[in-house]
Design a protein around this ligand. Structure first.
Ligand SMILES: C[S@@+](CC[C@H](N)C(=O)[O-])C[C@H]1O[C@@H](n2cnc3c(N)ncnc32)[C@H](O)[C@@H]1O
Length: 211
């Protein structure tokens, strides 16, 4: 019997449409169009906001965030990779976000106590083994969620990129206890071969019900 044909992912293309568009528009990465899409759908960014961006290098999300929050706002970006300076309303730091002591030191010394919005575009270095990549992604996502427990304003929003897999449902249900609205969405700008999903949590509840 003839096997159904598998849809092969498109090969990596350094000249893809969004990469060229990002270059033309002065953004550091094509991933900016994922955040723009999410912002259009969920109205996440406003002038004057305080924003924490986890996994922020090379900085395209920060570029867009900076343009939306304006000079009255402040964005803090953290990544293991260095991020070159962007704008006066954006501060960037190199750190592993899994190193809680180091991260806290950076945030205490340089940021506000609480943020209106926390973004996590954190991505582990992938192995191509779906279960392993999912597990690493869940670990980073749990950390982002934990940071938001202490650092996100009540009614604030959290966006997390995740590679789905067996722990996704538990993780998603856990977020529903902490936020009034939780949506899992695909964005148009994700590459065809990417399995990534963004979880958009809005209206953080006043009391963190971890049960
Ligand atoms: C997809 S990139 C982020 C792109 C970014 N949103 C932009 O628009 O420029 C994911 C980033 O997560 C960072 N990352 C992964 N694990 C990390 C960790 N434990 N601590 C800090 N950064 C991490 C990587 O270094 C990488 O730069």
């Amino acid at each position: 019997m003839q096997q159904p044909k598998q849809k092969m992912p498109k090969p990596y293309n350094p000249h893809d449409r969004l990469m060229l568009k990002a270059k033309r528009e002065g953004y550091r990465a094509r991933s900016v169009y994922k955040l723009i899409d999410l912002n259009h759908r969920f109205h996440l960014l406003r002038p004057g906001q305080k924003v924490l961006d986890l996994g922020a290098a090379p900085g395209s999300w920060l570029q867009y965030v900076g343009s939306q929050i304006g000079s009255g706002g402040l964005a803090i970006g953290v990544d293991m990779q260095p991020i070159t300076a962007i704008a006066p309303n954006i501060k960037t730091f190199s750190a592993d976000i899994m190193d809680s002591a180091k991260l806290e030191e950076i945030l205490i010394q340089n940021g506000p106590a609480l943020y209106d919005l926390i973004l996590s575009d954190l991505a582990p270095s992938t192995t191509g083994i779906i279960g392993v990549d999912h597990y690493k992604s869940i670990e980073l996502s749990r950390k982002a969620t934990e940071i938001a427990v202490g650092r996100l304003e009540t009614r604030g929003s959290l966006v997390i990129k995740i590679f789905p897999g067996e722990h996704f449902n538990d993780f998603f249900q856990g977020l529903k206890k902490q936020y009034r609205k939780v949506n899992a969405v695909k964005v148009g700008a994700s590459r065809d071969r990417s399995r990534e999903i963004y979880i958009v949590c809005t209206e953080k509840k006043a009391i963190n019900l971890n049960t």
